[in-house]
Unconditional design. Structure first.
Length: 685
């Protein structure tokens, strides 16, 4: 133990042994205490005073003595300067990392009080703050309405764990200075000069090698800390400086000097971190608001938020309280989740979408990259490291303030709100289906010991160069197998109309063998477990008869992919084949027509007037000669394919259309027919 903190021992009286006589016990005579109590008596009871507990057990105050704990020292001092800025008394903070590992933090705030403390009359208030645990100006709430330093241990802990620390205060036109060594003052607080315009506090310290060993500050970690603080309070400017010698071999994004000021606050921070991912909504939703007032009308604080809804990418929620990061979340995050979830469910109810009620916070936050910052009075954290907010009232305050703004945003942007709702409902339905339905194990492209269903596979192993045709029935499958290119084209016959996944129960979906065969053939899984890198074919082509039944089967398959494997559509892998309905022949001349209108047009434009043209109507792909099927539908050089797309900006409209035409409510289909019946010019029966 360092000799600056001498051990204090309490006086010990001799105690009689348990087996001594009554007289012996009464007189205090008997065997020695050490002999009768195994060498453990009052002299072994230590009383740690001053800052000795910090040096003896640093983990109780900063979580340990590792690199994270080391950087916690710099964060404590910077947080004190930030408290001055948040309170409106400082606008500039200077943070300097020197070559020898010293850190200097300087602000232009009010400056630490230097007058005599009323209780410790021989000491200045500054010395009390730096040498006494649980001392400071943030307990009553008079000096700071909101603050990050709550327990009065930050400055004193840093002082105790530093081999040297110097404090300089500019206040009331005078400059004061005091130096410490491992928590012990090297002299009294001294007035060292006068100043006219300068004010504020400067703290310069060097972490103690006896505590942290050879560990040194990481410039990248400290620079990110400074940027984070500047983002969290848009009213502050933070000047960063780092000795050039410390940046050799460091990340190139750490500058020697930088002026950090972000008027956009959290929105700027989120944009900076996200870059340009695939966002569901193009714009961030950000803002700030006052928290609901206390019953006596006093302010309870404020909050700021920034949210990006992601089409893909990693979701994350970073939260802060009084500029302190809370990586383990807490009650403010609970209020945040409640506000968004209840707001979105309410919007679904307003839009008469009953499926919105199945949405959970998991569905909602699984596609969110967000930052949340709250400023509240007298917050409660879990432990001195303050990684989790436990203030019970924070849940209600944050939920109330944010819910009102979210409701206004939804009603003010109905198209984006509908798009968001449709996307989150898709996630909810995927989650429910995933709970009931297990993925079929993928079969290797090179080990086809058992082909799913009646799949006739191709021989090429490069997925990008292959395609699979989904056809209706064995008859059509037979023609397709004869017309295909065996090297690059696979064929999977399906038995008629597959299950309508939009109206079927999860149990039916799980038990449907046709769909299980289809999933196994594709090899990439379904739902959130889908891995497109495992897709065994570059194109998935739906090839059905050119009639009403064929269109219905194609609709059922597209519904399946839209609900169960949307990434197949987003990745541009799904296509519709375009087989002809008619063959027109005159002598050696043969052309094909897609439908009745196309037939009439080609009869007039491609043949001489009054020419005798043989018109053959294909009853289905199964009755189409393989040569015709290849020439018109399967040969890449001559065929026409339609790519199936679902634009992100039309997500709400697409979801509504699928639900109306393919869902469980027949009245929606009836309404659709009524609305569009007058637009039908020709019904081919």
């Amino acid at each position: 133990m360092n000799d600056l903190f001498p051990r204090k021992t309490a006086g010990a009286a001799s105690r009689p042994a348990p087996g001594a006589s009554k007289a012996s016990r009464a007189s205090g005579k008997g065997a020695s205490p050490a002999a009768s109590n195994g060498g453990y008596d009052a002299r072994d009871i230590e009383v740690l005073e001053g800052l000795e507990p910090v040096r003896r057990r640093p983990g109780m105050y900063i979580g340990g003595t590792d690199e994270t704990a080391l950087h916690h020292l710099a964060a404590e001092i910077l947080d004190n300067a930030m408290d001055e800025a948040v309170a409106g008394h400082a606008s500039l903070i200077e943070f300097t990392l020197e070559a020898d590992g010293r850190v200097t933090v300087r602000d232009n705030g009010r400056g630490i009080p230097v007058d005599r403390h009323p209780k410790f009359k021989e000491l200045s208030a500054l010395e009390v703050i730096f040498t006494t645990l649980h001392s400071g100006g943030k307990f009553s709430g008079k000096a700071y309405e909101t603050s990050g330093g709550l327990h009065g241990v930050g400055s004193s802990v840093v002082n105790a764990l530093s081999s040297s620390l110097e404090v300089e205060v500019a206040r009331d036109r005078a400059v004061w200075r005091q130096a410490y060594e491992r928590g012990r003052p090297l002299g009294r607080l001294e007035k060292v000069g006068a100043t006219q315009n300068r004010r504020g506090t400067q703290i310069r310290f060097l972490p103690d090698e006896q505590i942290f060993g050879p560990l040194q500050f990481n410039p990248k970690t400290l620079y990110r800390l400074c940027r984070s603080k500047a983002f969290l309070f848009r009213g502050v400017t933070l000047q960063w400086r780092c000795d050039a010698a410390l940046l050799k071999g460091a990340s190139s994004d750490v500058p020697e000097e930088a002026l950090l000021h972000f008027p956009g606050g959290l929105a700027d921070s989120l944009r900076d971190e996200l870059g340009e991912p695939a966002r569901l909504l193009a714009e961030l939703w950000s803002g700030e608001a006052a928290l609901p007032a206390a019953p006596d009308g006093k302010s309870t604080g404020r909050l700021e938020w920034a949210i990006a809804w992601l089409e893909s990418g990693e979701a994350a929620l970073a939260s802060f309280c009084n500029t302190i990061p809370t990586p383990q979340g807490g009650t403010h995050e609970t209020g945040f989740r409640n506000a968004l979830l209840r707001g979105l469910r309410n919007w679904g109810e307003h839009r008469h979408n009953k499926r919105a009620q199945q949405v959970t916070a998991e569905d909602l936050l699984g596609s969110v990259a967000a930052k949340l910052s709250v400023f509240i009075r007298e917050p409660h954290f879990q432990g001195q490291t303050k990684e989790k907010l436990t203030s019970a009232e924070a849940t209600r305050l944050v939920e109330t303030a944010l819910r009102d703004r979210f409701d206004h945003w939804l009603s003010g942007h109905p198209a984006q709100a509908d798009n968001l709702l449709a996307f989150i409902i898709e996630r909810a339905e995927e989650r429910l289906r995933r709970r009931e339905m297990k993925d079929t194990p993928r079969k290797s492209a090179t080990r086809r010991l058992r082909l799913p269903g009646k799949l006739t596979d191709c021989t090429r192993e490069n997925a990008a160069e292959t395609e699979i045709f989904l056809v209706e029935g064995d008859s059509a499958g037979g023609s397709a197998k004869q017309a295909r290119n065996r090297e690059t084209q696979a064929v999977l016959p399906l038995r008629g109309k597959i299950l309508n996944v939009a109206s079927a129960s999860t149990e039916k979906l799980r038990q449907n063998q046709e769909l299980r065969d289809l999933v196994e053939a594709l090899g990439c899984g379904v739902g959130e477990r889908a891995e497109m890198a495992r897709l065994r074919y570059g194109r998935v082509i739906i090839m059905t008869d050119a009639d009403v039944d064929g269109a219905h089967i194609a609709s059922l398959l597209m519904t399946f992919f839209y609900r169960e494997l949307p990434e197949l559509i987003r990745g541009g892998h799904l296509y519709l084949a375009q087989p002809p309905l008619y063959r027109l022949t005159q002598g050696a001349k043969t052309i094909y027509a897609m439908d009745d209108r196309d037939r009439e047009r080609k009869l007039k434009s491609s043949f001489k007037p009054n020419a005798k043209v043989e018109v053959s109507r294909f009853k289905g792909l199964g009755e189409m000669p393989p040569a015709d099927l290849k020439a018109t539908t399967m040969d890449p050089a001559r065929r026409t394919l339609l790519k199936v797309v679902a634009a992100p900006e039309d997500r709400a409209e697409t979801s509504t259309m699928v639900e109306s035409l393919m869902g469980r409510r027949p009245e929606l289909r009836f309404q659709f027919i009524q609305d569009h019946a007058r637009g039908v010019e020709l019904l081919d029966v």
